[in-house]
Design a binder for this molecule. Structure first.
Ligand code: XIL
Length: 481
């Protein structure tokens, strides 16, 4: 279905778009690692998980059925195109009320992600999709509004220089060996994370074996360049993401708890004093406030989350510990349940210091509800980390989609709006910072390992590591321009 409304989405449409964002983030999260194209240019795209990654399956009415996130990945979920085809995809997302998780669990989550302010405009404020005379990029796709370019300093100043809080990038260890990548990271970012080098499968590939070389290299890079480290993640609540040996582990609840404790103790202690903050549990809650049906949930019940925080705290009392998730920036039961976990932990004497909002977002999504929910978490006294920030522009576009000048500028404005909003609604003392999920569009995880998905442009630097409008939008938020 095409969206033809002028500047406002209907409440239903908005909810649908929010839902498709959940679904999108969910499915992206579950992708298996693929070697960076840059590192293995001749390696054909790995489509081993094509069932959950085929964008084609994500469009249309299948979008809500377990593959919908892939619509987000390849063809859909983001960008201006969403104004045109997003509703169709989102609508089917709601119809299916599904996500990969729903399919995985065999049960449907309540369709929940209602915006906090129904009826608020879904287009970028000041950038209505229907600006008269705005250029239409592709026949059949909506107009991208003509926005001015970002003001630019005479020379490219380090992004980090404009902010009091850490500006982070999640890196890939192997890419740090590439000078243009490493130079961009060290020049512009004051904190480093890793897309996958701290995950269970990377550091603990079998029961009695820990392999820290990659994560150690990331930490060494940070130390060399005087950067902080935020590590991601001790547990990832999706079954698809913990290693096979863990899922096949046999034992009673006490043995499972011991397994989790050993992992957390060993990993956190290894990095004690070098890693300032951790994502302790990633993506524990799904749409509708339902607990992700992970191996940890099945074996230990929902208290596994609080136990994980307790173990991390014991292992490194100085580290700041985060509950990280996607889509809660649109509120609803998911956000509510995450806050319940924080309260429950407090009752049990366990501190959850902060909340990570992944914010894999899409160009057309409105920033206002995001701010409402950042504030909601900040009002609890939590540190707030935008932990996996990027703005996809490809939704609804053909596989060969190229970034237009108008979209580039609209993306710059969106970056500025979200970063300025964060600075406004989160008190300074709670601004744990903003981390982008990657560095250059060339190696963004949006552009890896998925069929037809190598033409997205979600990040601050282009494929030649040149700053985009997105970079200047982010920078200008810090400079107050
Ligand atoms: C992704 C990495 O970027 C990919 O390289 C890897 O193949 C799969 O995981 N949300 C998360 C991250 O919390 O862990 C995911 O990272 C991206 C979505």
């Amino acid at each position: 279905m095409r969206f033809t409304g002028p500047t406002y989405l209907t409440q239903r449409s908005f909810r649908l778009v929010a839902l498709v964002t959940f679904i999108f983030a969910s499915s992206l999260s579950s992708c298996s690692s693929s070697l960076e194209e840059e590192l293995a240019p001749t390696k054909p795209k790995e489509n081993s998980s094509v069932d959950v990654k085929d964008p084609a399956k994500g469009s249309g009415s299948d979008a809500g059925q377990g593959t919908s996130g892939q619509s987000g990945e390849g063809e859909g979920s983001s960008g201006e195109g969403a104004a045109g085809s997003g509703e169709g995809a989102a609508g089917s997302g709601e119809g299916g009320s599904g996500s990969k998780d729903g399919a995985e669990d065999g049960k449907e989550p309540a369709s929940d992600p209602a915006p906090t302010k129904p009826g608020t405009p879904a287009t970028t404020p000041g950038a209505p999709a229907t600006t008269p005379g705005a250029p239409v990029t592709t026949p059949g796709t909506p107009a991208t509004p003509a926005l001015p370019a970002q003001p630019k300093p005479a020379t490219v100043v380090p992004l980090k220089s404009a902010f009091d809080f850490p500006v982070g990038a999640a890196v890939v260890k192997e890419l740090l060996e590439k000078p243009e990548y490493a130079n961009t990271v060290s020049k512009h970012f004051s904190r480093i994370g890793s897309e996958s080098d701290f995950k269970w499968g990377s550091v603990h590939p079998s029961k009695d074996k820990y392999t820290f070389a990659k994560a150690d290299a990331v930490v060494a890079f940070a130390q060399k360049h005087n950067m902080k480290v935020h590590a991601h993640t001790l547990l990832w609540a999706h079954d698809g993401n913990e290693p096979k040996w863990v899922k096949e582990f046999q034992g009673d609840a006490a043995a499972w708890e011991q397994l989790m404790k050993d992992h957390i103790y060993t990993v956190v202690k290894h990095f004690k004093g070098k890693v300032q903050s951790w994502d302790v549990v990633n993506e524990p809650i799904k749409e509708g406030g339902v607990y992700t049906n992970s191996i940890w949930y099945r074996k230990l019940g929902k208290d596994y989350i609080i136990k994980a925080f307790k173990f991390a705290q014991e292992a490194d009392p100085q580290a700041k510990l985060f509950l990280n998730d996607y889509g809660q920036e649109y509120g609803g039961k998911k956000m509510k349940e995450l806050l319940n976990i924080v309260d429950e932990a407090k009752k049990q004497g366990v501190k959850i210091h902060g909340m990570g909002f992944q914010l894999h977002t899409v160009l057309r999504m409105e920033a206002k509800p995001i701010m409402t929910n950042l504030k909601l978490a900040a009002d609890k006294g939590l540190l707030i980390h935008i932990s996996e920030f990027d703005i996809s522009v490809k939704y609804g576009m053909p596989a060969t989609f190229q970034l237009s000048d108008a979209m580039n500028k609209a993306q710059g404005e969106k970056y500025k709006e979200i970063v300025s909003g964060y600075m406004k609604v989160v008190p300074k003392s709670q601004q744990w910072g903003i981390t982008t999920w990657g560095v250059s569009d060339k190696t963004s995880y949006f552009n890896k390992g998925y069929p037809n998905s190598d033409h997205d442009y979600p990040l601050l630097f282009d494929r030649n590591y040149q700053p985009k409008e997105a970079f200047y939008g982010f920078l200008n938020a810090g400079l107050g321009k």
